[in-house]
Design a protein around this ligand. Structure first.
Ligand code: TRP
Length: 453
């Protein structure tokens, strides 16, 4: 059985696959608006520290566990701690992705709507005020956003049902580089807008007085969300790694890719936010208000070019969202079809149905269900908050404790150093082990205590 498991061809292929899962709405949509809500540069510094000291060690813990066990979360736990409570950690890796998909699917639906609007050249023809107004009226209009959501979920289910892995891969490979090039181009344009310097200042000049305990927790949550940690995605990918591939460099490569992408997205969005007089704390709609504003502005002089950039941009966002969404759907489908009697097709439809239903709740929470709130957050916000700031760090915490304290020491060492063949990894090993055993668990718990007590 073990010998038949597929593997990635090279270190580069591993980094690309992991970065493909990591880079998605988390970088382009979530990062800029979270930065805006928690105060700019100071938040980014905490986010970078959290990525390096907490998220990266957990990335390594998941990778080590995945490659050593060559199996899914449930089986991985059973391999190294048979008949213990650890096997239940698997459930967290089923629940979290489905909840994440609830709000992720809604944003995927928004991207479809904005793609449609781009195709009709609406943003080029509209006025800045109308663009600003449009987003609010669209998401609160109850029915219309459900169309995008339903299309998004249907496409996701359809692809998973058809199992067209090759097709989707062929689609993803060119779109990520295109997205990267477009976002760099938009960042350059955005920085050159009149009044943009305030946005640049916002991103590079830290004001720690604005940073709250909640902000620190949000920075931790963002680093987990963006690196796809704590729900077993990275673990599964690592189970397809070859023994001679380098865990240290693949992890660092993926994290760098992911962080750089997010920071560039910040530079594409924030200067334009200030230049257009929008509020940085506008929340989940931030990019949907800012980007059309930029496209409108470019459209004043170059309408055709602007229209085309806007189409390509929202199409790329849609594809980036779709590929991450499929990896999230896959966790639940794989579980149901491997560990219960449901067949794969039926499992896909069941999980897809649950995701659609949760998505409807999240979508309606901007209109019909907007009265349902906890601590000022609507259902959409609660889903996001619970997943990113609680469930994912909890999953990561359990993984790092498992690898740091429960797994045989020698296995962890062999995996990280490729059986003592990588000199650099041998040198780094004590630091990484210290981070996995002490810094990451204590850091996560300390952050929780600081906000919830
Ligand atoms: N990291 C992806 C993003 O930034 C989303 C994602 C994919 C994810 N797989 C995940 C998030 C697993 C959490 C867990 O858009």
């Amino acid at each position: 059985m073990k010998n038949h498991r597929e593997t990635f061809g090279s270190n580069f292929a591993v980094i690309m696959a992991m970065a493909g899962s990591a880079i998605g709405l988390g970088n382009i949509w979530r990062f800029p608006y979270i930065v805006g809500q928690y105060g700019g540069a100071a938040f980014i510094i905490v986010y970078l520290i959290a990525s390096l000291l907490l998220a990266l060690p957990i990335f390594y813990a998941e990778t080590i566990l995945g490659r050593a066990s060559r199996s899914n979360t449930f089986q991985a736990m059973r391999t190294f701690a048979p008949k213990t409570l650890w096997r239940h950690v698997g459930f967290l890796t089923i629940i979290s992705p489905i909840l994440i998909m609830g709000f992720y699917g809604v944003v995927g639906g928004w991207s479809i709507q904005y793609l449609y609007k781009s195709l009709t050249f609406s943003f080029v023809r509209s006025t800045p005020d109308a663009i600003d107004y449009y987003f609010g009226s669209y998401i609160s209009s109850d029915f219309t956003p459900l169309i995008g959501l339903s299309i998004f979920v249907a496409i996701m289910v359809f692809i998973t049902l058809a199992g067209v892995k090759k097709g989707i891969e062929r689609f993803t490979k060119p779109t990520l580089p295109i997205l990267m090039i477009l976002i760099i181009g938009i960042a350059i344009y955005s920085v050159s807008l009149p009044g943009a310097y305030k946005g640049v200042e916002y991103l590079i000049k830290p004001d720690f007085s604005k940073l709250t305990a909640r902000g620190v927790a949000a920075a931790l949550g963002q680093s987990f969300f963006s690196l796809s940690l704590g729900v077993g995605t990275i673990l599964i990918y690592a189970s397809y790694m070859k023994k001679e591939q380098n865990i240290f460099s693949s992890g660092l490569g993926t994290a760098l890719f992911d962080v750089v992408f997010a920071i560039i997205a910040g530079f594409a969005i924030m200067p334009a936010v200030f230049a257009s007089g929008l509020e940085p704390s506008a929340g989940p709609g931030l990019i949907f208000k800012t980007l059309p504003f930029i496209f409108n502005k470019i459209g004043q002089t170059l309408p055709l070019v602007s229209g085309i950039i806007s189409i390509v941009f929202f199409f790329s966002i849609f594809i980036a969202a779709l590929t991450s969404a499929i990896s999230l759907l896959e966790v639940g489908v794989a579980y149901l079809s491997e560990e219960t009697r449901l067949n794969r097709k039926f499992a896909t439809i069941v999980v897809g149905g649950i995701i659609w239903f949760l998505g409807v709740l999240c979508s309606l929470s901007f209109g019909l269900l907007s009265d349902i709130t906890i601590g000022g957050e609507n259902i959409f916000g609660i889903f996001d908050h619970v997943c990113s700031n609680i469930l994912m760090p909890l999953g990561g915490l359990l993984f790092t404790i498992f690898v740091g304290w429960k797994m045989p020491k020698s296995t962890v060492y062999e995996e990280f150093t490729n059986n003592s063949t990588k000199k650099f990894n041998i040198k780094l090993y004590p630091i990484v082990r210290f981070l996995m055993r002490y810094v990451a668990p204590i850091g996560i718990i300390a952050i929780w205590i600081s906000i919830y007590l």
